[in-house]
Design a protein around this ligand. Structure first.
Ligand SMILES: Nc1nc2c(c(=O)[nH]1)N[C@H]1C(S)=C(S)[C@@H](COP(=O)(O)O)O[C@H]1N2
Ligand SMILES: [Mo]
Length: 420
């Protein structure tokens, strides 16, 4: 198989199992993949050139061939509207999640809200309680940021005794990334005027789940947004139309959708969603409360379960990395079950608290291989081994699992989920 490169082949190999230097893409890839492009084609023009095409439309739809790319719904739906659907990460490219594929997590369905009748009350430990109507907020100064959103229950299946044989979307798809546009929460808090005792903000949603979360004031004064737009259009009903709180890098549960009330408090409320749920029980019986910031994490998506390899030779391994603490510094990939690692290329731009795409070329020799990825963020934090992660928490504690994941490739190219 062709593997000749500008500077001679073997020296492009940087780790076991056939991983190539992250800069070897073109030199190596062109030779083995280029042949695909030279297959001869008949002289007859395609039918699409013989007649006018389809009409214009007021709101575009994707190609019908792409309709198989769907959110991963639960196998059983006991209460419609309650539960979660997941982003099919393994079927997408780049880093932005199309709005129709953003994951959903609702505790009591999607409310139908008239934006013109909707407002947000800011009250509690403030100088002036204020009400902001949706229309008012549209006239405030706005900012846009590309940010990931991850449910802290994401990848909870890694807790199972046996590795779940499900695709990467089902495993890790309580994760999406979009450009969010809105008004800084600090702008509204400034206008209401904080009293010196104010330390926490309780956010409440207008859905029927009684969703309230207490959020430390410093997060609210930092980069928190009242998001009104998602990838350029008004946010979707599933994501909190007409507005949601958006806390960059923080567990999804605190980004309260259908936001209707913000109460300034001296202490947290210790509501259901921050005590019995979304708190992390440790091995020693204590619980971590308000463990809000999402850890550094990565997943390989190509190849992954359901995307089997077509044959030995040049492949690109690619996936996503993210951290709630800022930027991804590096992602290492192993093709030999963690014995050796090589650094992947990060596709620019590498943005703070957004998804980052990593890629590394791989010359698969056709033998069994175990693929793993390990991200490190700009604070130096890195992903734990699954065993080390499990050792920290009480059995069954499923939140915040950012441990290293592994795919096994057998000699036929079939990909399965394993614990390495
Ligand atoms: N009002 C309200 N806000 C909510 C929820 C909810 O059920 N009601 N679910 C939370 C949870 S657990 C998560 S992970 C995120 C999911 O946001 P998304 O559905 O836009 O992906 O919203 C959070 N905000
Ligand atoms: Mo969540």
């Amino acid at each position: 198989m062709a593997r000749t490169t500008g500077n001679g082949g073997e020296d492009e190999r940087v780790a076991g199992g056939g991983l190539l230097h992250r800069r070897a893409f073109l030199a190596t890839g062109a030779l083995s993949m280029g042949a695909l492009g030279t297959i001869a084609r008949g002289g007859t023009p395609p039918a699409s050139m013989a007649a006018p095409g389809g009409p214009l439309s007021g709101y575009g739809a994707r190609a019908s061939a792409s309709d198989t790319i769907q959110r991963r719904l639960p196998a059983r739906i006991d209460f419609p509207g309650t539960g979660s659907s997941r982003t099919p990460l393994d079927r997408l490219e780049g880093t932005i999640t199309p709005n129709g594929l953003h994951f959903e997590r609702h505790h009591n369905g999607i409310p139908d809200i008239d934006p013109l009748a909707h407002d947000v009350l800011v009250h509690g430990l403030v100088q002036r309680p204020l009400v902001f109507r949706y229309e008012d907020l549209l006239r405030y100064p706005m900012e846009s940021r590309i940010l990931f959103l991850e449910c802290s229950g994401n990848s909870g299946a890694l807790n199972a005794v046996k590795p779940a044989q499900v695709d990467a979307g089902r495993l890790n798809g309580l994760l999406s990334c979009a450009e969010w546009t809105g008004v800084r929460l600090s702008t509204l808090l400034d206008e209401a005027g904080l009293l010196p005792e104010a330390r926490w903000v309780q956010a409440e949603g207008a859905d029927a789940s009684g969703h309230v979360r207490s959020i430390p004031l410093d997060l609210c004064l930092d980069d928190a947004l009242i998001a009104l737009f998602q990838n350029g259009e008004p946010i979707r009903p599933e994501q909190g139309f007409p507005m949601r709180l958006f806390l960059p890098g923080i567990e999804g549960n605190a980004s309260v959708k259908w936001l209707r009330r913000l109460k300034l408090m001296a202490k947290p409320a210790y509501s259901r969603e921050e005590t019995s749920k979304y708190s992390d029980l440790l091995r020693d019986g204590r619980a971590e409360l308000f463990s809000l910031r999402m850890g550094v994490k990565s997943v390989i998506l190509k190849p992954s379960l359901g995307l089997d390899l077509r044959g030995p030779g040049y492949q690109e391994i690619s996936g996503l990395a993210w951290t709630g603490r800022g930027r991804i510094r590096s992602v290492e990939v192993s093709a030999d079950g963690g014995k050796s690692w090589a650094e992947a290329a990060l596709t620019e731009p590498v943005l703070s608290k957004a998804l980052t795409r990593f890629r590394i070329p791989w010359q698969w020799d056709g033998g069994p291989a175990t693929l793993m990825s390990r991200a490190t963020d700009e604070t130096g934090a890195t992903q734990p081994l699954r065993a080390d992660w499990l050792a920290k928490y009480a059995p069954g504690q499923g939140y915040h699992n950012n441990s290293i994941q592994s795919w096994h490739v057998d000699a036929a190219g079939r990909v399965s989920h394993i614990y390495a």
